[in-house]
Design a protein around this ligand. Structure first.
Ligand code: ADP
Length: 458
């Protein structure tokens, strides 16, 4: 198998130019054939002129006279015809050699030079006989041999030279072109290869710089965005691991401290001590469950069971679950949603989103506050808005609230909004937040109306 792209290109281009050259060879043959036919037609005409002339001269003298027709024979020679004239009994009257010998020496030399008889005779064409008539009676015959005029040879030689020249030019151009184009093609591929190798070795910062709009430039852009996403994923992974380690360290250290205290006899081994240990372990369990929930949310893209949901009833059912908690804090709850409004989503995941947001609203809102859900249609989306008149979020904190483990509420893990974002993304939706510190917060989820037909649609 041919491995080098350069060689492949050279072979392809050479094949194309070979095809082009062989078609020009065929064209050359056809043209020469045409040219020969044209010349033969032309010679036939000349033979006709000579026979007419000879017959005229015979008529004038009433017999064959060598001296009288020698002029016609010389003229025939000038037309490219070597001739012999026979009487009706087959005796030779005159031929070209004899006619030339009858010319004065200077004329003879000139005629021979112009006609090229000496040179062309070597080609040895056969003599062709043409009968000569006068008044319907055969008076003799004319033997004719076509002398090559030289024009034909010049034409053929010229076309051959032209063909050789084009062969050299096309061949040279093929090689130059394949070198240039293969370099153009292989250079960016080599650069891509180097970058891919660097990424394979762990250098996720490696990128390729290929300008233009062709397929290779697009491939490079795709490669760069893939490398960027790998880099982001890798840094997120590192951050997540360090966050998890940090989150685990606190309860584990507390448990270890308490057990060591019990071993050393500083903390008594009684019900209260064990209860405290149990609380720390519950916190660990809570953290592990939160992480599990986040992992499930991340994987949910592949497992969504979408269906059309009647939003009014759906939201009401969720709100009802918070009834007691709202009542305890004297919070007014409200739903604003048209009865017939529907959305395409996975009901389990959507309720998880809304519960998380209502839960945060509940934590943020104090006695006598208000929490509402409003839903409706907006352009190509269905929106679900969850608002509260709670503590609000500081502007400088807003960019971080969807990050894992970011929290200001005590007791939370800081995973709720990260899970919400993953689930909204899985539905090809968006989540927006508006908040005024001290006044309240509104989260808006936008889900595309036509949300069926995704690969994720389980
Ligand atoms: P947690 O699980 O700890 O509640 P979240 O990811 O749900 O974490 O929220 C992260 C942080 O975003 C919260 O600790 C809080 O600071 C802020 N936040 C979320 N929702 C609200 C809200 N409705 N009002 C005020 N702050 C909020």
């Amino acid at each position: 198998m041919i491995k080098s792209l350069w060689l492949k290109l050279l072979i392809t281009l050479s094949t194309i130019s070979l095809i082009a050259l062989s078609s020009s060879l065929i064209l050359r043959e056809l043209m020469i054939k045409d040219f020969r036919e044209f010349l033969e037609g032309e010679l036939e005409d000349r033979v006709y002129w000579v026979t007419a002339d000879l017959e005229g001269t015979y008529e004038k003298f009433g017999e064959w006279k060598a001296e009288a027709i020698s002029e016609d024979i010389t003229w025939a020679l000038m037309l490219g015809l070597e001739t012999k004239v026979f009487d009706n009994e087959g005796r030779l009257v005159i031929d070209t050699d004899k006619a030339i010998n009858m010319l004065p020496p200077l004329m003879k030399r000139r005629t021979l030079a112009i006609s090229g008889l000496g040179r062309e005779r070597r080609d040895k064409n056969e003599f062709v006989a043409y009968p000569l008539f006068l008044g319907g009676k055969e008076i003799g015959s004319l033997g004719v041999r076509f002398l090559k005029t030289g024009r034909e040879n010049i034409y053929i030689k010229r076309s051959d030279r032209f063909l050789l020249l084009s062969l050299l030019i096309i061949g040279g151009l093929t090689i130059i072109l394949s070198i240039i184009s293969s370099r153009r093609l292989t250079k960016p591929i080599e650069r891509l290869n180097t970058a891919a190798e660097a990424i394979g070795e762990g250098n996720l910062k490696s990128r390729v710089n290929i300008s233009g709009t062709d397929e290779l430039a697009r491939l490079a852009a795709t490669f760069n965005s893939m490398a960027k996403s790998l880099e982001t994923q890798e840094s997120l992974r590192k951050k997540l691991i360090s966050n998890i380690a940090h989150e685990l360290r606190t309860p584990v250290s507390a448990i270890k401290g308490e057990i060591e205290g019990m071993i050393d006899g500083i903390i008594p081994i009684n019900k209260e001590g064990l209860q405290s240990l149990n609380e720390e372990i519950s916190r660990l369990k809570f953290l592990i469950e939160g992480l599990e929930e986040l992992a499930q949310a991340q994987a949910s893209t592949l497992m969504l069971r979408k269906q059309s949901i009647n939003l009014h009833q759906f939201l009401k059912n969720i709100m009802d679950r918070f009834h007691r908690a709202f009542r305890d804090k004297n919070i007014t709850a409200e739903i604003r949603c048209d009865e017939g409004l529907t959305v395409t989503a996975d009901p389990e995941r959507l309720s998880q989103i809304i519960i998380n947001l209502l839960d945060n609203g509940l934590k943020a809102t104090g006695q006598g506050g208000k929490i509402w859900i409003a839903a409706g249609a907006k352009d190509f989306d269905t929106y679900i808005e969850i608002g509260d008149t709670g503590c609000g979020i500081k502007q400088e904190e807003l960019p971080f609230i969807f990050e894992r483990f970011y929290r200001s509420f005590s007791g939370g893990l800081g995973l709720g909004l990260a899970i919400v974002k993953e689930l909204v993304d899985a539905h090809n939706g968006r989540i927006e937040v508006k908040s005024e510190y001290g006044k309240g917060t509104v989260f808006t989820i936008l889900l595309p109306k036509n949300n069926f037909g995704e690969a994720a649609n389980g």
